[in-house]
Design a binder for this molecule. Structure first.
Ligand code: ZN
Ligand code: ZN
Length: 350
């Protein structure tokens, strides 16, 4: 009883002390300095001896707190590739202190807003105060030129202001903007450098056409990203024997319930109806992973992205009956494939 009393007094005194001290300017300055010292550093988690990936956005357009729209950062031995850059994902990369000097290119699976909307913020992070010496390479399907040109037009004044304000060393105007590459599927290997081969393949996401997936092969390890697609044999073909498949997933059984609940909102009901026909259910995606014989499947671009354990359990209902090697993702889910090994390490960058 006495011990409890001492603990309570200690806790109360500590609380009062912290409350008082954090109001003292000198203490605030000291704490701010400590925090600021961490800002200059970059995260050490993406090591050079692996093919690895971090989910920088795990949701689709349907909102879900704590999740950004679609984004996967792939690290091939210290060279980074950003696959899709939806709303909120650039902030994730910033918060995790990803070394943007290492970003070699951005790859867009298709041109829906939830895959492109943070392109301007990513541009800023790879342009101002970096070691880059050329505009950012952006690869995407037919129409990508329209997107990059549109961003360049909209941000023309931003480029000018920052250049005038910070000077050419910090904000070199001649490398502002994008180097755009339209992917031609008759030459599907879009990147072949530094032991990395990136292959684009077509998926089905009508009326979006073309919509693409990407396969990364690096020193014997492989990661495949489905992009937005219905169940598609082409994903099975291109994901064949890959270590890891990131597959989009949409729980139609949850959308059915949402539709019932939202009956009075005719517009939303129509949207929920429309989207059921152009995504893949978790069970279908698990079957794709089995047929492709992948080591592990990660579900991303979750619709509706789970908000708690209950909705997550419900989202993946039946998946365990299909296969065991699977994981849901949230923002920060990271997979590391060490070189010269079969190991698949699943962790979190946060
Ligand atoms: Zn999408
Ligand atoms: Zn889409």
């Amino acid at each position: 009883m006495k011990l409890l009393k001492y603990i309570s007094i200690f806790a109360l005194t500590s609380f009062i002390l912290v409350s008082v001290l954090t109001r003292v300017p000198a203490v605030q300055d000291r704490l701010m300095l400590r925090f600021a010292q961490t800002l200059g550093s970059t995260t050490a988690d993406l090591n050079d001896n692996s093919l690895s990936a971090v989910v920088c956005g795990s949701r689709s357009p349907l909102p879900s707190p704590g999740r950004a729209q679609t984004c996967i950062l792939v690290n091939a031995g210290g060279n980074y590739y950003v696959v899709d850059i939806g709303d909120g994902s650039a902030a994730n990369l910033g918060n995790w202190r990803i070394d943007t000097n290492k970003i070699r290119a951005t790859l867009l699976t298709h041109l829906h807003s939830d895959h492109i909307s943070d392109l301007a913020d990513l541009h800023l992070m790879t342009w101002v105060n970096t070691s880059h010496t050329k505009p950012m390479d952006v690869y995407g399907p037919e129409g990508v030129e329209l997107v990059t040109q549109g961003f360049e037009d909209a941000y023309q004044l931003d480029y000018q202001y920052r250049y005038e304000h910070h000077g050419k060393e910090i904000a070199p105007k001649d490398i502002a903007g994008f180097n755009t590459f339209t992917i031609d599927l008759s030459n599907p290997v879009i990147i072949d450098e530094d032991d990395l081969k990136v292959t684009a393949f077509k998926v089905t996401h009508e009326p979006v056409d073309p919509a693409l997936g990407f396969r990364f092969d690096y020193k014997g390890r492989s990661i495949v990203i489905s992009g937005d697609t219905i169940y598609d044999e082409n994903v099975i073909k291109y994901a064949k024997d890959a270590d890891v498949l990131f597959h989009e997933a949409q729980a139609n059984h949850q959308l059915d319930i949402m539709r019932k609940a939202l009956e009075s909102n005719k517009g939303l009901v129509t949207i929920l109806n429309d989207i059921e026909t152009y995504h893949t259910t978790p069970i279908e995606a698990a079957k794709v992973a089995n047929l492709a014989n992948v080591g592990h499947v990660f579900f991303y671009h979750l619709t509706p992205a789970p908000r708690n354990n209950l909705t997550e359990r419900m989202f993946f209902r039946g998946v365990n009956d299909i296969r065991k090697e699977w994981s849901s993702t949230k923002d920060g889910t990271m997979v590391i494939l060490p070189l010269d090994s079969d190991e698949i390490i699943i962790t979190d960058i946060n």
